[in-house]
Structure formats: structure tokens, C-alpha cells
Design a protein around this ligand. Sequence first.
Ligand SMILES: Cc1cc2nc3c(=O)[nH]c(=O)nc-3n(C[C@H](O)[C@H](O)[C@H](O)COP(=O)(O)OP(=O)(O)OC[C@H]3O[C@@H](n4cnc5c(N)ncnc54)[C@H](O)[C@@H]3O)c2cc1C
Length: 145
Amino acid sequence: MLTDREGRHHHASIAPGELSAHSLAHLRHAAAAHLPRALSQLVAATGAPFLQAIADVLSPSFAQGRVALVGDAACTLRPHTGSGTSKAADDAVSLAQALDPATATATPDIRQTLADWATARRAALEPLRLKGPRLAESFGLGSPS
Ligand SMILES: Cc1cc2nc3c(=O)[nH]c(=O)nc-3n(C[C@H](O)[C@H](O)[C@H](O)COP(=O)(O)OP(=O)(O)OC[C@H]3O[C@@H](n4cnc5c(N)ncnc54)[C@H](O)[C@@H]3O)c2cc1C
């Protein structure tokens, strides 16, 4: 699927109008076979579709030393979960709370504070990471892995 109409292989996406005839035919066939009629008509009427590979990406660590990752940089889950914006906001708010000496369990050791925050955020995101593949399977829009 990631080979374009000129035979070039791409890592994760193909630009509008660059899909191979094979991929285009597969897309239209899959849309007709699996999507509700209104959506498959939309796919059929789209003259120059693009392709974007979808993956769940979880950074091995959300914090290292005095550096923390938030939002998509920390974790990007498949769109079935509809979680990107709220996850980024939760990361930012929880990080601000963790660093706020007035409200937090924060210690004077910022490295430890970030490490504790990262552990808590990863644990909070784990159920959502596991839910994405199940949603994909139940929607019929994507493979479970
Ligand atoms: C097509 C599409 C549809 C989506 N639909 C939804 C949806 O319906 N619901 C939902 O919840 N989420 C959706 N998302 C996901 C959502 O947009 C992201 O999860 C969310 O924006 C992540 O926020 P962020 O702050 O981590 O990153 P971003 O919003 O990407 O912010 C990163 C910022 O960093 C800037 N930047 C990058 N490199 C540098 C640099 N070197 N120096 C300075 N600045 C830099 C960028 O310009 C950008 O402003 C969608 C994403 C896409 C691509």
C-alpha cells in the first residue's frame, strides 16, 4: 500500500493523487464493502485521496532528567480513541500540577517529580492504549494490532 503510482516506496504516507492504481482500487473496494453507504460514496467521490499509516506510538519514557514529553511527543494513539487533544491537555495540566509546589506532591528534586509524573501518566494512558485496538476491531476500521 505504501508504494506510490511511480513505484516509489514510502515510510508512512502517500500524498494526494499519488496512490497506485492497485491501492486506489483496494481503497474503493474496501470502502464499498465495509463502510456505510454515505461514507463509501464519499470515498468514491474523492478524486485524489491520500494514504496515512496509523500506529500506536508510546515513548519508552515520558521524562528523562529535567525533560518531560507531553501530548503527541509522549504518546500517539490511533484516532479510533478520539483522544489526541484531551490527552495532550491532561498531560499539560497534570504536569503543571505536579510542578506546582502549592498543590503538588512535588519534591524539591525535579527529576524525581518528573519521573513520578511520567509513571503516573503512562499508567493512566495504558487502558486507552489497550482500548484502541478493540475499538478498531469493533468498528471494522482497522486491524486489532
Ligand atoms: C488530521 C488530524 C485530525 C485529528 N483529529 C483529531 C480529533 O478529532 N480529536 C482529537 O482529539 N485529536 C485529533 N487529532 C490529534 C490532535 O491534533 C493531536 O493529538 C494534538 O494536536 C496533539 O497536541 P500536541 O500539543 O502534542 O501537538 P501539536 O498540536 O502537533 O503541537 C505541536 C506544536 O509544536 C510546533 N513545533 C514542531 N516542531 C517545532 C520546533 N522545532 N520548534 C518550535 N515549534 C515546533 C508545531 O508547529 C505545533 O504547533 C488529529 C490529528 C490530525 C493530524
